[in-house]
Design a protein around this ligand. Structure first.
Ligand SMILES: NC(=O)C1=CN([C@@H]2O[C@H](COP(=O)(O)OP(=O)(O)OC[C@H]3O[C@@H](n4cnc5c(N)ncnc54)[C@H](O)[C@@H]3O)[C@@H](O)[C@H]2O)C=CC1
Ligand SMILES: O=C([O-])C1=[NH+]CCC1
Length: 165
């Protein structure tokens, strides 16, 4: 998964996916293809975390996909977020693949931030500050430095990767 999910490929795929989702949400099903993606459903594990289910139907790909993700922020020696992604054939409902969701979550989330920043930023960004430096802090550093020519970047926390250059 690490070898497949390169940031530059992800940026393009996410841009296409977000456009498709927006068009479908605006009722432009005919051109873009229908997408049904309800808001994530979460089960709470009191004082521990949550378990989220994130299903989608993508007509253009003829796929049914759901990520299943747990978030246990107090985990110490194991990751706080863990996920799998299940893929089904939408023409017949047969399961086609079960993917590790950890790298997908790590990189998709950061790549989505980078794509959003590209569209929302005023001018060319030069400075990046990241608060917190866990999995997402690191992947956001990787994604945003892959997207932009930054002059200065860094993160605030004692266990951090600070890069100033
Ligand atoms: N929208 C999405 O698709 C996703 C959202 N997330 C969210 O992103 C956040 C980060 O997730 P991960 O990086 O995977 O978690 P992580 O557990 O790997 O990292 C969290 C980091 O925050 C640091 N931290 C905690 N309190 C802090 C504070 N007060 N000041 C500075 N740093 C602090 C911790 O030391 C740790 O390094 C979580 O809220 C998570 O739920 C994560 C994955 C996907
Ligand atoms: O979309 C996601 O994968 C998550 N959102 C918050 C925790 C994990």
């Amino acid at each position: 998964m690490q070898d497949i999910l390169k940031y530059n490929l992800l940026f393009d795929a996410l841009e296409r996916g977000f456009a498709l989702f927006s068009q479908s949400s605006c009722g432009q099903e005919a051109s873009a293809g229908f997408i049904d993606q309800p808001v994530r459903t979460c089960v709470t594990i009191p004082s521990k975390g949550f378990f989220g289910c994130m299903p989608v139907y993508i007509e253009a790909e003829d796929l049914l996909v759901s990520k299943l993700v747990t978030a246990f922020p107090k985990n110490k020696d194991i990751p706080s977020h863990n996920a799998i992604v299940a893929v089904f054939d939408a023409s017949c409902g047969v399961p086609r693949a079960l993917l590790d969701g950890d790298i997908i979550t790590t990189r998709r989330t950061a790549a989505a931030s980078a794509v959003a920043t590209k569209h929302l930023v005023n001018g060319e960004p030069k400075v990046l500050a990241i608060l917190g430096c866990g999995v997402q802090g690191t992947s956001h550093y990787d994604a945003l430095t892959a997207m932009f020519q930054l002059e200065k970047s860094g993160s605030a926390r004692s266990n951090v990767r600070v890069d100033d250059g």
